[in-house]
Write a protein that binds this ligand. Structure first.
Ligand SMILES: Cc1ncc(COP(=O)(O)O)c(C=O)c1O
Length: 483
């Protein structure tokens, strides 16, 4: 059994305390010799990546099209992915704890799903614009595992699905305000970039978005139930609360974890104030178990948002599901109800995405992938904790199911408030430099992570893969010194 359980939930206070100590204490950095060694790795062993990503900067802003691919000192160009491994175009092999940002719980390029996709393409191509049986089969399979999904509608991405969910909440309740929790990432739409990624940053990332667009978006820190009650009370007079939207493990895939009963308490407040509760299960749906976070926490959201995992990493992946009286407002076609909510998308719910999703979820079920990936994450986390102690470093490691968090600089978890904002921003550039160097060290040791701080394990992560990764972390941590 995986270590993460209702009885053994993260010690949130301890994580917060250790993270604060890491941020407030003197930083640890790579020894100069190690920095040179890792830079040499990049320049000598990854020359083809350097050449193509340098050229790409002329046509692609910043050289890459996704933050996940941002790497210091330059992005690595990947050539091949299989199971637990990635290979770059220079032929270097990496242990893949990015897993495409989370969707491939079965491991990369899982053969059973791939073969079905190839057969579909050979038979009818990826898209027809008309109904396909897999739309129905996928919806039914999701409902089988998550009974709160009385109705289900696909979208092309998690960003779109979040947009649909908040629009539905407003249409159904007639209320305006949407409340998001803890700097969570709910995609990049005009309304949801507010307070994005880092708690307390408010409109910092809202460049190019008129303030009117996010005038009704409100943000609160995670676990602040008193603040939530106060805000919902205040909202009663100002257009009412349409919904509370949250990542159920805590913002940014549990980087700032929830107290175990947080979601339950938010459910109660939503009921009291007539707001909808929306679970963004883009990362947690099917990853922490077939029933998602809603099953784990025993909370029934009104709406659930799905993303990348839904199709196992095949494109056009997203959906909103939930209460029939709410989701039925999305009925397609011209005419019908007056309060019908407009959504669309030419490539949405295409046969390829739906078939890939259907077989992915079936395989997740038959292989018990979520549990196996969680056990791999337990092993990785236990090993990291031992190494942190062995090397006497102040780093923080913990996991929730198959999501492993590792903080080496303290800036991953810092809460920004009006009071500490100038201090945090003054310190951030130096910490960001160290953070980038940590990422460089991990890649040069043959481990790809999400932003040097988060790792998704998969079914492909055998004990050997994890033990190999730990040897590499051992070498990396051995290269640290007090700065
Ligand atoms: C919790 C959460 N919601 C929404 C999104 C946005 O999904 P997408 O990248 O498919 O637009 C993400 C993406 O990482 C996410 O982690």
């Amino acid at each position: 059994m995986s270590k993460t359980s209702r009885e053994n939930w993260n010690n949130v206070a301890e994580i917060r305390e250790k993270s604060a100590a890491l941020w407030n204490g003197r930083a640890y950095e790579l020894k100069p010799g190690a920095k040179e060694k890792y830079l040499r790795y990049y320049n000598e062993k990854c020359a083809s990546s350097k050449a193509i990503t340098t050229k790409a900067k002329e046509i692609i802003p910043g050289g890459v099209q996704h933050n996940l691919a941002l790497n210091y000192p330059f992005p690595l160009a990947m050539d091949r992915a299989s199971g637990a491994y990635l290979w770059d175009i220079d032929g270097n092999r990496y242990i893949d704890f990015l897993q495409a940002g989370g969707p491939t719980i079965l491991g990369s390029n899982y053969p059973t799903v791939r073969d079905k996709v190839i057969a579909l393409i050979q038979e009818k191509g990826p898209v027809t614009g008309l109904f396909s049986e897999y739309e129905y089969k996928l919806a039914m399979l999701v409902q089988k595992h998550m009974p709160s999904i009385e109705m289900f509608r696909m979208a092309a991405s998690g960003t779109e699905a979040d947009m649909i969910a908040i629009r539905l909440a407003r249409a159904f309740t007639g209320n305006k305000k949407i409340i998001k929790i803890g700097g969570a990432y709910h995609g990049w739409s005009d309304e949801l970039v507010y307070d994005i990624r880092a708690d307390g940053t408010r409109s910092s990332y809202a460049i190019g978005i008129p303030p009117e667009c996010y005038a009704h978006t409100q943000a609160l820190s995670v676990n602040d139930l008193e603040g939530l009650r106060a805000l919902m009370t205040e909202n009663k007079e100002k257009g009412g609360t349409a919904c509370v939207l949250l990542e159920p493990l805590g913002p940014e895939s549990g980087t700032r974890p929830v107290e175990f009963d947080f979601c339950q308490q938010v459910r109660k407040l939503c009921d009291e104030f007539g707001a909808l509760l929306i679970f963004d299960e883009v990362v947690t749906g099917f990853r922490i178990g077939m029933g998602g976070a809603q099953e784990f926490f025993g909370v029934k959201p009104d709406l659930t948002v799905f993303g990348k995992i839904l199709t196992g990493g095949y494109p056009a992946s997203g959906a909103v599901g939930g209460r029939k009286d709410v989701v039925s407002l999305l009925a397609g076609g011209v005419g019908g109800k007056d309060n019908k909510v407009m959504v669309g998308g030419t490539l949405t719910a295409n046969p390829l995405s739906c078939l890939a999703g259907y077989y992915t979820i079936q395989e997740l079920e038959t292989t018990n992938a979520a549990e196996k990936a969680a056990l791999a994450a337990d092993r990785l986390t236990a090993g990291l904790e031992e190494l942190i102690e062995l090397h006497k470093l102040p780093f923080v490691a913990y996991n929730q199911f198959s999501i492993v968090h590792l903080d080496t600089t303290g800036n991953v978890n810092v809460t920004i408030t009006r009071e500490n904002m100038s201090d945090v921003f003054a310190k951030m550039p130096r910490r960001t430099k160290l953070f980038n160097e940590a990422g460089m060290g991990m890649s040069a040791e043959g481990i790809i992570t999400i932003a040097a701080s988060r790792m998704y394990t998969s079914l492909a992560d055998t004990d050997d893969v994890i033990d190999d990764a730990l040897k590499r972390f051992d070498r990396l941590f051995d290269n640290y010194q007090l700065s």
